[in-house]
Design a protein around this ligand. Structure first.
Ligand code: CO8
Length: 258
C-alpha cells in the first residue's frame, strides 16, 4: 500500500492518499493501494469509523492525466471499471467513512469524496469536475453521485462547465457538510468520528446500510429495509444497554457491538 498510508487513533482508522508530488493523482497503482487499504480497514473489527484524507496540499487532484493520455477506448473503460469498483467498495463498506478534504478535490478526487458518507472540507479545498475540458466524461461515478448529492441542475452546471468552486460554495450546494480553517480540519474530523464511535456500532452500520440502500430505491422498499434493520437492532445487547442507560438515568454507556 505504498501510496495509501494507514494509521489508527482509538477506534478511528485514518487512510491518507500519499502521492504528494502529483497532488495525489489517482493512477492504477494508487487505485490498487486504495483498494487494499479499504479491505484492511473493513476487516479490522477494532476500527469503527474511517477518515479519508490526502497528504500535503491536495486531497486528490483527479485521475492521473499522464496515464490516461495514451488510453485506447478499451483502456479507458477498464480504468473506469477499476476506479468505479474501488469507489463502490468504499461506499458500500459497512463502517462510516468521513472525507477530510484538505485541498484539491478535482475530477476523480471529487468523485472519491462523493463516495464517502460525510464530507468535511478545509477552507483551502477546491472542488470540480474538469473532465469535459479534457475531452472526457467523469468516469469514477461523477455523473451518478453528483446529481444525487446536489441535484440535477447544479450537477449539470458543474460538470458541463468544468468550473472549479471553493469550499464555501461546496457547502452552500450541499456537497460538503462543514468547512473549517485548515488546521482545524483533522481535529474536527476526529471529533466527528469519535462521536460516531461512541454510539452502538450495529445500529450505526444498520443506519448507514438503510440510508445507502434507501437512496437507490423507492420509499416502500426502503421502509422495509428500515423495519428489518430496526428488528436486528432490537435483538442486540447494545439496545438493552442504550435503553437501560436512559431509563436508569445513567450517563455512561458500555456498548459492545453485540
Ligand atoms: N494527473 C497527473 N498529474 C497531476 C494531476 C493529475 N490529475 N494534477 C496535478 N498533477 C501534477 C502536475 O502535473 C505537477 O507535476 P510536475 O511537478 O511533475 O509538473 C504536480 O502535480 C503539481 O501540479 P501543478 O504544478 O499543476 O500545481 P498547481 O498548484 O499549479 O495546480 C492544480 C494545481 C490546479 C490542481 C493543477 O495541477 C491541475 O489543474 N491539475 C489537474 C486537475 C484535473 O484536471 N483533474 C481531473 C483529471 S480527469 C479525472 O479525474 C477523471 C476521473 C475519471 C477517470 C475515469 C476514466 C475512465
Amino acid at each position: 500500500m505504498g501510496f495509501v498510508k494507514l494509521e489508527q487513533q482509538g477506534h478511528v482508522g485514518i487512510m491518507t492518499i500519499d502521492r504528494e508530488k502529483a497532488l495525489n493523482a489517482l493512477n492504477s497503482q494508487v487505485l490498487s493501494d486504495l483498494d487494499a487499504a479499504i479491505d484492511e480497514v473493513a476487516a479490522n473489527d477494532d476500527i469503527y469509523v474511517v477518515i479519508l484524507t490526502g497528504a500535503g496540499r491536495s486531497f486528490v487532484a483527479g485521475a492521473d492525466i499522464g496515464e490516461m493520455k495514451n488510453f485506447s477506448a478499451y483502456d479507458g473503460k477498464q480504468f473506469g471499471v477499476h476506479g468505479g469498483s474501488v469507489f463502490l467498495k468504499l461506499e458500500n463498506m459497512a463502517k462510516p467513512v468521513i472525507a477530510a478534504i484538505n485541498g484539491f478535490a478535482l475530477g476523480g478526487g471529487c468523485e472519491l469524496a462523493m463516495s464517502c458518507d460525510i464530507r468535511l472540507a478545509s477552507e483551502k479545498a477546491k472542488f470540480g469536475q474538469p473532465e469535459v475540458g479534457l475531452g472526457i466524461t467523469p468516469g469514477f461515478g461523477g455523473t451518478q453521485r453528483l446529481p444525487r448529492i446536489v441535484g440535477i441542475s447544479k450537477a449539470m452546471e458543474l460538470i458541463l462547465t468544468a468550473k472549479v468552486i471553493k469550499a464555501e460554495e461546496a457547502k452552500a450546494i450541499g456537497l460538503v457538510s462543514e468547512v473549517y480553517p485548515a488546521e482545524e480540519l483533522m481535529p474536527k474530523a476526529l471529533e466527528l468520528a469519535n462521536a460516531i464511535c461512541a454510539n452502538a456500532q450495529i445500529a450505526v452500520k444498520e443506519s448507514k446500510r438503510c440510508i445507502r440502500m434507501g437512496m437507490q430505491t423507492d420509499i416502500n422498499t426502503g421502509s422495509a429495509f428500515e423495519a428489518e434493520a430496526f428488528g436486528v437492532c432490537c435483538g442486540t445487547e447494545d439496545k438493552n444497554e442504550g435503553m437501560g442507560a436512559f431509563l436508569e438515568k445513567r450517563a455512561e454507556k458500555h456498548f459492545q457491538g453485540k
